[in-house]
Design a protein around this ligand. Structure first.
Ligand code: ZN
Length: 579
């Protein structure tokens, strides 16, 4: 009897140990920051325009004001209030070497809100970035820290939740790292394989789409539908259109990693479970930017562009370039994985009979076209316009041109000129210099460079004028014209009339907008004293919190709003109210 117990005990102990370790991990782990929603719309690493998505986006049912709680003990280490980027954002530092970020909040928990208002008034600044002392705003797991919103660069109500390594401030994949749990056993879906033709321009690799191939799913594998690949370029590379599905989650998501093998050997791959903010813009070269702009779909490249040095790549010495062999078949395997480790495999063999000569990049018009590469500084002069492309502004060699267009921008005072193409992405700014007189513009006062958006609309693209030469820099090619903004911003009360008793209200709302260049700054003064205001450009609203206990109640107060646009036109409005 004794003997038997002894024998069974170790097994029993192992079981208990495993069980408690799992339970403890769960206890130690990060909780859900948004108890009311586990529905997500974006995952980590999603390539977006000019950045990789650095967190998880939670849906909030098109609503705002959902409670956000701390998923782990910590302290508020950074606060941002503003109308761009993450809008109203909180940063929590935790003792385990990780930090969490909450973006686009509507408002903060009362104690944090009080702290923020004090910082705003002490500095007389609406937009703040503050780093509170470690002991000041301590938070325990489950404490309410704020409420979801739609502030900053958000285009709809949601919560942006991000986990960073505190020391490096590098964001990491919460799902892949086991810090957020999402049930998922659904594998990614591979839709298309794209073959790229590879050539060289001045020592830089140039990848161009050669052929797109349909992919079919068999029992365990994806294969390509044979499209008669009898002839291929000598050097090729691959791209993939694939996305992920997650159990019970609406929509499709970005895949997390891919590995390509050639004849059984690892050849190229990437793993997007962590990146650095200094490399986030390389998302423009990680995908086929031109294909996306032209709505061919989002192609993830299985090769590295000359100027795309991201840490997520697993490179062989060929940057993903394959030398095509006509003497024997080459076997390719591409495995894609989602954030939970579910994978799909595409397998195909290539054995073309012939190789074909690649098309060289060539200019047809030497006056207004230039071939630029990431390794050389280049300038192009045409009709009073000078374009300067510095080194490492481009990701890959490209034909860049300046050409007149027949597009007419509303409010423009000159013809429109295409400078480069919006299908060519930029890592660094290029410089645009325009001789106003050569564009038929003889005034310089409040003239600016306008970018044509959509069919007719324009947006402010900056510009400093010296001796009738306008100089501006931009990180986006496009169609430009000159415009002039002489209209000051519009300010009007939204929820009260001059002299009204507003004691029953919590806020004063103003409409502020600027027709051309946009609102650049706004200030408010109540009874002559600076007052904190909250600006929401999407709603063209300026808000004052009456309940901030900074006014003596029952009196008539005077409020003055001053608003300036980007070119320097200023408006002022003074009203009275009783509160
Ligand atoms: Zn987000």
């Amino acid at each position: 009897m004794k003997h038997k117990i002894f024998q069974t005990l170790p097994f029993f102990l192992i079981f208990i140990t495993q069980f408690t370790t799992q339970a403890q991990n769960k206890e130690k782990g990060f909780g859900n920051p948004l108890p009311q929603s586990s529905s997500i719309s974006s995952v980590f690493g999603e390539p977006r325009s000019n950045h990789f998505h650095s967190g998880i986006d939670f849906r909030t049912n098109s609503d705002t004001g959902l409670i956000v709680v701390a998923p782990y003990d910590g302290w508020i280490s950074r606060i941002k209030v503003g109308f761009t980027g993450y809008g109203n954002a909180l940063y929590l530092e935790h003792s385990n070497g990780l930090s969490t970020v909450y973006g686009h909040l509507e408002r903060f928990a009362p104690a944090i809100e009080k702290y923020i208002v004090n910082v705003q008034y002490a500095n007389q600044k609406n937009d703040i970035e503050d780093f509170p002392e470690r002991e000041l705003l301590c938070i325990q797991k489950g404490d309410t820290i704020g409420f979801t919103g739609n502030t900053g660069g958000s285009t709809g109500p949601h919560l942006h939740y991000e986990i960073r390594e505190t020391k490096s401030q590098n964001p990491i994949d919460p799902i892949a790292r086991g810090l957020y749990y999402l049930p998922d056993n659904t594998a990614p879906v591979i839709a298309r394989l794209i073959i790229y033709e590879v050539t060289e321009v001045d020592g830089c690799l140039l990848f161009r789409r050669f052929k797109g191939l349909k992919v079919q799913k068999g029992k365990n594998l994806y294969t390509i539908v044979n499209n008669g690949l009898e002839a291929l370029p000598k050097k090729i590379a691959f791209g993939l259109i694939a996305d992920d599905r997650i159990n019970e989650q609406k929509g499709t998501f970005a895949i997390a990693s891919a590995v390509m093998k050639l004849d059984g050997e690892d050849y190229f791959g990437y793993n997007l479970d962590k990146f650095s903010y200094t490399e986030t813009r390389f998302a423009n070269a990680f995908i086929d930017y031109e294909a996306k702009k032209m709505k061919y779909g989002e192609i993830v490249k299985l090769f590295a562009e000359s100027n795309c040095p991201i840490s997520t790549y697993r490179l062989n010495s060929n940057s993903g370039v394959v030398n095509v062999d006509t003497t024997k078949g080459q076997l390719f395997e591409i495995k894609v994985m989602d954030h939970n480790g579910n994978s799909s495999l595409l397998q195909f063999a290539l054995r073309p009979k012939n190789t074909i000569k690649p098309n060289q990049l060539a200019i047809k018009d030497t006056i207004r076209q230039v071939i630029a590469t990431p390794t050389k500084h280049k300038t192009l002069n045409y009709n009073g316009i000078q374009l300067t492309i510095p080194e490492k502004a481009l990701y890959a060699p490209a034909l860049v041109e300046i050409k007149d267009t027949t597009l007419v921008g509303d409010l423009a005072i000159s013809k429109s000129v295409a400078i480069g193409s919006n299908t060519i992405p930029l890592q660094k700014s290029v410089k645009i210099e325009i001789n106003l007189k050569q564009m038929g513009v003889n005034i310089t006062d409040r003239v600016y460079l306008a970018r044509l958006q959509g069919s007719k609309g324009i947006s402010y693209a900056g510009g400093i004028i010296t001796d009738s030469l306008l100089s501006s820099s931009t990180r986006e090619f496009g169609v430009f014209a000159l415009a002039r903004d002489t209209t000051p911003p519009l300010i009007k009360p939204r929820n009260f009339q001059d002299g009204e008793n507003v004691s029953a209200q919590r806020y004063l709302f103003y409409h502020i907008s600027d027709a051309e260049t946009g609102v650049a700054s706004y200030q408010a003064y109540i009874d002559g004293e600076w007052a904190a205001m909250y600006y929401e450009p999407k709603e063209q609203t300026l808000r004052y919190n009456l309940s901030s206990l900074r006014l003596q109640p029952g009196l008539s107060h005077n409020i003055r709003i001053v608003c300036t646009d980007q070119i320097g036109n200023t408006s002022e409005l003074t009203n009275n109210f009783i509160w």
